[in-house]
Design a protein around this ligand. Structure first.
Ligand code: C2E
Ligand code: CA
Ligand code: CA
Length: 507
């Protein structure tokens, strides 16, 4: 039970472990993917927030320049304040000249400082129309219009970062504006760290926003998303594996068990003697497989043979039994040359020339005469290619291997196969033998099978003989080969040896 449970869940469990390891190993590409997706959504939001505003900077200042006298008179002050009030993007404007200096806060109040040393190591400025544009403190931009003796300076609103400080680590994410090849670092990169370009978005015909991040930034920012995505993928994979496990049908599980049983040599041939009642001797033995589990439990063939026949494992099982039996036969305490064993095969095996070759090889390997074995073919599945079967059976017969038709009259082709195939023996099924002494209509069929067999010159073996009455009746009809519990049940090889010795020497 435990092995069957393990066999059923082995594949889904292995798949689950593989999937989970893959999900765990893919943390890095996954967090990078999540981060990129997050950045792209945030850039879209930022775009809707800023849309159009930065386009107007130039025009707003152009309008102001047209109205200013640059003397810092009251009108100039009013124009400066006007511009700030109406603009959504300009935060501060100042006129700086030799004669006058004023800002929106009044005469002589200059608020705009020169950049400090560290910021100006790299000259990030560039020209936009007649303005010099450069980054300014607190993620703003400074636009300067230089005229003879006078400079008009405007400072923009701070450019919003796509991540707040609490969402990411320090110096992990950088942001810059690109304008016609020039670059303004609004959130500058820390020169001691490595950044990779994560995404960009065109904000206007001139400006493109670029986002950069360090590996730590990617991990830090996406770690909670990563956890939930991995949890989600893990639970989906768990469900898939559970479905795979639950869908593994008992047949499939039995197939795995049979394969395992073959590996562990759990299949054992049992021998059931077939008696020649006329000559009072054991004519041959039918090989009937038993599945002997390590627990000691013995499983009857009807519980696994139909599945092995259906899925093709019967082919391996037959070779296995043939090797097993060929090895044991040398130990049998008999010198009688007529003795042979009879193995059950299915039509498909008799349609395959390789099967015949393999049988010969095994017999040669064990130095056993092919006369020592016969094959009985069941009719549970039909022959599909009688021409091929004919050739293979003839080849087997040529080397001395007899072919019997098992359970005659109960299966597919019935007696029609007998006309098509070179079969030597008919095994009369127990179903007919057990009608002896009854008024079952099938008892008439028994007589017809016997008459048919005798007329066709076939050897007849009666199966399932359990009573003296059946023995006597079969004798009266000229049937002398009998197999059944009346004589012996199928038994392991050691018991067969004893049976043989006592049959030879009844005292
Ligand atoms: P089968 O070939 O018709 O074998 C005869 C079955 O009848 C055997 O059942 C045998 O134990 C049983 N039997 C024999 N004498 C008597 C009797 O007097 N009374 C009763 N009630 N039963 C009797 P078993 O061993 O359970 O095998 C069942 C079937 O499994 C076999 O039927 C055969 O078709 C199949 N089988 C067994 N071993 C193999 C194998 O190695 N290969 C293939 N393809 N089939 C096998
Ligand atoms: Ca049989
Ligand atoms: Ca049979």
């Amino acid at each position: 039970m435990n092995t069957s449970l393990w066999l059923r869940w082995k594949l889904p469990f292995t798949l689950f472990l593989l999937g989970i390891s893959l999900i765990a190993l893919s943390s890095q590409p996954l967090s990078s993917l999540l981060f990129k997706h997050d950045v792209s959504v945030r850039l879209d939001n930022l775009y809707s927030f800023y849309q159009g505003r930065y386009l107007k900077i130039g025009t707003e200042i152009d309008n102001l320049v047209e109205r200013l006298s640059f003397t810092c008179n009251e009108d100039d002050l009013a124009y400066l304040r006007d511009t700030i009030e109406q603009s959504t993007v300009i935060q501060l404007v100042e006129i700086q000249s030799k004669e006058a200096n004023c800002s929106i806060y009044g005469h002589g109040i200059s608020l705009i400082k020169e950049q400090d040393e560290t910021d100006s190591i790299v000259d990030n400025s560039y020209r936009m129309n007649s303005y010099k544009v450069e980054p300014y403190f607190n993620h703003r931009m400074k636009l300067s219009l230089y005229m003879p003796d006078t400079t008009l300076i405007a400072i923009t609103e701070p450019f919003q970062h796509i991540f707040t400080e609490s969402e990411t680590c320090k110096d992990c994410i950088a942001m810059g504006l690109e304008n016609e090849g020039a670059f303004i670092p609004l959130y500058p990169r820390d020169p001691s760290q490595n950044y990779q370009h994560i995404g960009s978005k065109k904000f206007s015909s001139k400006y493109i926003v670029h986002i950069y991040a360090t590996d730590r930034g990617i991990r830090f920012t996406s770690q909670s998303d990563l956890f939930f995505v991995q949890l989600f993928l893990g639970s989906i994979w768990l469900s898939v594996c559970l479905i795979i496990g639950l869908r593994r049908t008992p047949n499939r599980t039995l197939k795995d068990l049979i394969a395992q049983g073959l590996k562990d040599n759990e299949f054992v041939p049992y021998y059931q003697p077939i008696i020649n009642t006329e000559k009072q001797r054991v004519e041959c033995c039918e090989i009937l497989v038993r599945w002997q589990k390590s627990s000691g439990e013995i499983i009857a063939p009807n519980q696994f043979i139909p599945i092995a026949e259906h899925n093709g494992q019967i082919i391996e099982l037959t070779y296995y039994l043939l090797n097993y039996v060929a090895d044991q036969l040398k130990e049998l305490p008999t010198t009688e040359t007529h003795f042979y064993v009879s193995l059950n095969v299915i039509p498909k095996q008799l349609e395959d020339n390789d099967f015949a070759e393999q049988v010969f090889t095994i017999m040669d390997n064990f130095d056993i005469s092919p006369n020592s074995i016969a094959l009985e073919v069941t009719e549970r599945t039909p022959f599909t290619n009688l021409k091929k079967a004919n050739a293979v059976i003839n080849r087997l017969k040529h080397r001395g291997i007899d072919i019997k038709l098992d359970d005659a009259g109960t299966g597919y082709g019935g007696f029609s196969y007998l006309q098509e195939l070179p079969i030597d023996t008919l095994k009369i099924d127990k179903m007919f033998v057990e009608t002896i002494g009854t008024d079952d209509v099938k008892s008439k069929i028994l007589n017809s099978i016997i008459v048919f067999g005798q007329n066709a010159g076939l050897k007849l073996i009666a199966e399932g003989v359990e009573t003296q009455e059946q023995v006597d009746y079969l004798h009266s009809k000229g049937v002398y080969l009998m197999q059944g519990y009346f004589f012996a049940k199928p038994m392991p090889f050691a018991e067969l040896c004893e049976f043989y010795l006592s049959a030879r020497d009844p005292h």
